[in-house]
Design a protein around this ligand. Structure first.
Ligand code: AKG
Length: 254
């Protein structure tokens, strides 16, 4: 039996708590990864049509919340092999809330996912080999135990004339960079094989490393979760349980 079915060993759990991330090897088979990559390439080339499909040219060509219109992505978000490891990280039941499929490395500056999605964590599924050529994740191990830059520190409210991108580049990313500096510890690239999953804490400072071979594909599906018990939630997106049920907990006014 694999750890994906039985949950994390105590050594894995300790590693996760101390470092803020953990690699689970061979969660998906090579065939599953190749099938999924073919699916994503078919959508990209227009060989397959899916209502709602849209690629953003932002932080590497990516899709956003594809699980809301693509059963294949929803199945991965709530894949039973991820259930127990995520429950062990949270010490409670997880719910799937967000997906982003990256066709390429993101070169996303350092950030913490809990700035955007309070209480969250991630399961980042590599669908191809990810290394220095195609832009792996870069993380600051242990930063999950340090300061979290919140919306109280860097409000999301835009200043006159400011766009969201400017807010991020001029105010949010520099604030996180400062925490990286204050933490004073090394940052590392996390290189993984197709089928491996990187679990990481929403407080972990991470980003997309520089891509050494621009234009190289880097298929990876980033899945985000929140504890079922979390009420720290202000989105109208459905929250998906691992039994396939879903619930909407917040309805914006107007
Ligand atoms: O895949 C990447 O390069 C970045 C992913 C990321 O920042 C995230 O999932 O929060």
């Amino acid at each position: 039996m694999t750890s994906e079915q039985t949950g994390l060993t105590s050594a894995q759990k300790t590693f996760y708590q101390e470092n803020g991330y953990l690699i689970l090897e061979n969660v998906l088979s090579q065939e599953e990864c190749q099938d999924f990559v073919a699916h994503m390439e078919d959508l990209h080339k227009g060989h397959k049509h899916l209502e709602g499909f849209f690629q953003q040219d932002k932080y590497g060509s990516r899709t956003f919340n594809q699980h809301l219109y693509d059963q294949r992505v929803l199945d991965l978000l709530i894949d039973p092999r991820l259930h127990k490891p995520l429950s062990d990280c949270f010490d409670g039941e997880p719910e799937g809330i967000q997906t982003m499929h990256f066709y390429e490395g993101s070169e996303h500056p350092f950030h913490q996912d809990q700035y955007y999605l309070p209480d969250c964590m991630s399961a980042w599924i590599a669908m191809v080999r990810v290394d220095e050529d195609n832009g792996p994740l870069v993380v600051q191990p242990g930063s999950n135990r340090g300061k979290l830059v919140t919306k109280k520190d860097v409000p999301m409210t835009l200043l006159p004339g400011e766009t969201y991108e400017l807010q991020q580049h001029n105010r949010y990313f520099p604030a996180v960079k400062e925490v990286v500096r204050e933490n004073g510890t090394e940052v590392i690239q996390v290189k993984v094989n197709a089928g491996d999953v990187i679990l990481f804490d929403g407080k972990l400072i991470h980003g997309g490393a520089q891509i050494l071979k621009p234009g190289t594909r880097r298929h990876a599906l980033a899945c985000h979760y929140i504890p079922y018990a979390s009420e720290n939630w202000e989105r109208d997106w459905p929250r998906f349980s691992f039994d396939g049920s879903q619930r909407v907990l917040y309805q914006p006014l107007g």
